[in-house]
Design a protein around this ligand. Structure first.
Ligand SMILES: C[S@@+](CC[C@H](N)C(=O)[O-])C[C@H]1O[C@@H](n2cnc3c(N)ncnc32)[C@H](O)[C@@H]1O
Length: 256
């Protein structure tokens, strides 16, 4: 298979992403988030030019919740998703999973300050330490471009109850070439300015190029839909913001 065939083939793209970024994912990303944890929410506001709350509201608005449901928030970071869901339905049982103790520490403090309980497990999410058919809802926002996506989606499907819902949102690769060009030009400048302004450590500074390259090789909204169908999800629907710069997908786990 040639390189361009691999890029068009979704399994091939996963291989290329892993070859390009596997080392960064295993060895550097955790140090980046350890540094960023204390200013993560502020940096998001600055880098998104204040649009982060719109991205979040838009994601939360597609998540249907019912009392007492069990929710797993994967790569929960500072618990923005879990907290927003608990505001929507306080009787949810929310479990956060993330590899970064520092991000979860901030997230736990933020949840407690609002009187919410979010259970927390610190682990690599490529293996989810939960039984099969356990959760009604699994969410992930702004993290999947740092992960091996196919193994992650298989794990999500395993821990979801049949008929359970998976909600995915991330910065995606816009399908429109013009939007893509403008977006990557903005990101390249923005990542440098933000790293300088927030006095990021050497790990975050060293990953400046990675943050843009990871998106260049990531999925468009249409490809993300296809990936979810390929992994056995059904009724996949999506919503794109800013021409596909940010996407949100909803998918149902079909019974085997
Ligand atoms: C950009 S933050 C997103 C946090 C949160 N979901 C949000 O929407 O703000 C990415 C998170 O993914 C976590 N992460 C990255 N790779 C991971 C891995 N392999 N296993 C567990 N967590 C991981 C990082 O620690 C970080 O908290």
């Amino acid at each position: 298979m040639t390189c361009s065939e691999k890029i068009n083939n979704l399994d091939g793209r996963e291989l290329i992403r892993e070859q390009a970024f596997g080392n960064i994912w295993s060895n550097e990303i955790n140090d980046v988030f350890a540094d960023v944890a204390g200013y993560y929410d502020r940096v998001n506001r600055v880098a998104s030019l204040g649009l982060i709350n719109w991205f979040r509201r838009s994601f939360i608005s597609i998540i249907d919740v019912e009392p007492q449901q069990k929710v797993l928030d994967v790569c929960a970071g500072t618990n923005a998703v879990g907290i927003a869901l608990l505001k929507k339905q306080p009787s949810l049982k929310v479990h956060a999973v993330d590899r970064s103790e520092e991000m979860q520490h901030v997230g736990q403090e933020q949840a407690k300050a609002l009187g919410f309980n979010i259970d927390s497990t610190i682990t690599d999410v490529h293996t989810l330490p939960f039984p099969d058919n356990h959760f009604d809802i699994v969410t992930i926002q702004f993290a999947s471009r740092h992960l091996k996506l196919i193994p992650l989606i298989k794990e999500v499907k395993r821990v979801l109850k049949p008929g359970g819902h998976f909600y995915h949102s991330d910065m995606l690769r816009p399908s429109n070439r013009l939007v893509e060009k403008a977006y990557f030009a903005y990101l390249t400048g923005c990542v440098s300015v933000v790293a300088w302004a927030f006095k990021s450590n050497k790990y975050a500074k060293g990953c400046k190029k990675y943050f843009v390259d990871a998106l260049r090789m990531f999925y468009s909204p249409e490809e993300m839909t296809q990936l979810l169908y390929d992994q056995g999800f059904v009724k996949v629907s999506s919503k794109s913001l800013l021409g596909g710069v940010v996407g949100a997908h909803k998918a149902v786990s079909a019974a085997e």
